[in-house]
Design a protein around this ligand. Structure first.
Ligand code: ASP
Length: 434
């Protein structure tokens, strides 16, 4: 029998996890059992992915940049990457605004439901508001200051400092290009080998992916809030989901137009990363797998993936920015506010910047939403309105964030001649130990 492909195995794991949780909630001890004995395996799985994120970025970026052998190539690639990232984010926010203004989900929320939601979730919302206040306290150029670490070991010891690690790796890679070949060679060889080891570790971790997602989804289902609140927010959730689906269609289309790669090639290549993004709600945790898929299955050369994808995971969040636009206008509508054209234009700018500033971890988009709300003069307390459905939407927007990064890396690769001609249809487990 033909070996089952990875995305099918992951899908089966997800499905069984949900099924298992639905069975367990019927027993009084069931939810506790899932939380105590199943969830930890999901946490271990996510931790193992996060564990290799910093070494992966260091090794692959240093290798990728030194492979470029020429700084002008780097600036060309950097310019294109940032340009396309900003463009896709602006498109995402605009789609979100269009949908929420047409469907107007906020108008269907009754006064009673609004009060119930605010009452139930104001505590959770306050936590996010406080987290955002901390970020807002700093000056306008703080983000730039934060880019440059004062100590690389300190930066590398915290997954939240991914941009600092990226900065160091690029800087180091440039240094490696500039020194004579003879001295550069041993350093380069070391990082080449180091990179191979990390890629092998990803293969090994992915063997556990179907079990990891089983545990993650089972835990999510038993901890989910009541279905009634979900229903009240149905139209809002639908707007976000519709926007996200349009974005996926948009990526497939641009990949097809600019690289001539078929939709099934793209979707098949990236789907394990998408499923993982869905299960973990974290682009950062998914990054190792995104890199492997884009390189091995979508045919993008490592010099491009190693640069475009780690940066994308931290700064390019089209799904999150689209969600922020929909959520902001939804809250305004629910509070009976009318947002004029300029306020909505402001939302485009702040949602774009906010998604750049969002960390690639679960729930980060909501923290940055506070900033979008504040800028548009929408009551921050409205965050409580959307809390109940945030986790499922977070799972879906993370899928879009990851897909967007993969699509952009294909476009950048094509534009600089680094997309392999022959689509590589290699099976994930090809080089795994038997
Ligand atoms: N969870 C998202 C991500 O990691 C960020 C968000 O909360 O929107 O990409």
């Amino acid at each position: 029998m033909r070996k089952l492909e990875l995305h099918w195995k992951i899908l089966i794991g997800m499905f069984l996890g949900v099924l298992f949780a639905f069975i367990m909630v019927n027993f009084s001890w069931g939810p506790d059992f899932v939380s105590d004995f199943i969830k930890p395996f999901g946490t271990i799985f996510i931790n193992s992915l996060k564990l290799i994120a910093v070494p992966l970025i260091l090794a692959s970026l240093i290798k990728g940049i030194s492979d470029l052998k020429d700084i002008s190539k780097l600036s060309k690639m950097g310019g294109r990457t940032i340009g396309i990232y900003i463009l896709t984010t602006v498109i995402a926010v605009t789609i979100g605004l269009g949908i929420v203004n047409i469907i107007k989900p906020g108008n269907s929320i009754s006064e009673a439901t609004r009060l119930e939601l605010v009452e139930n979730y104001s505590g959770d919302a306050n936590e996010k508001i406080m987290a955002a206040a901390k970020q807002q306290e700093s000056g306008p150029l703080q983000a730039l200051v934060d880019l440059v670490p004062s100590n690389i070991f300190k930066a590398a010891s915290d997954n939240g400092n991914m941009l600092q690690v990226i900065f160091f790796a690029i800087f180091f890679g440039i240094g490696l290009i500039l020194i004579p070949e003879k001295q550069a060679k041993p350093v380069k060889d070391f990082f080449d080998g180091f990179n191979e080891v990390i890629l092998k570790l990803i293969d090994l971790i992915m063997l556990a992916a179907p079990y990891g997602v089983f545990a993650l989804l089972a835990a999510l289902v038993v901890e989910a809030p009541s279905a009634d609140l979900f229903k009240a927010l149905g139209w809002y959730a639908l707007c976000v989901l519709l926007g996200l689906a349009i974005m996926i269609g948009f990526y497939i289309l641009v990949v097809y137009i600019f690289t001539k790669r078929s939709p099934s090639f793209f979707v098949k290549g990236i789907s394990p990363a998408q499923l993982l993004a869905f299960s973990t709600s974290s682009s950062a945790a998914t990054l190792p797998v995104t890199m492997e898929r884009v390189e091995e299955h979508l045919g993008v050369e490592e010099e491009v993936t190693s640069f475009v994808l780690p940066i994308g995971a931290t700064v390019n969040m089209d799904g999150s920015s689209l969600y922020q636009a929909v959520a902001a206008v939804f809250i305004a509508q629910a509070f009976g506010m009318d947002l004029d054209f300029y306020t909505q234009l402001g939302i485009i700018v702040t949602a774009t910047l906010a998604s750049i500033g969002s960390a690639a971890v679960p729930g980060a988009g909501m923290v940055m939403l506070v900033i979008v709300l504040a800028q548009a003069g929408i009551p921050e307390a409205g965050l409580a309105l959307i809390f109940a459905v945030d986790r499922p939407l977070d799972m879906c927007r993370t899928v879009v964030n990851v897909t967007g990064d993969a699509a952009v890396s294909m476009l950048v690769a094509k534009s600089i001649g680094k997309l392999k001609d022959e689509p590589v249809e290699k099976c994930w487990d090809d080089n795994l130990p038997a």
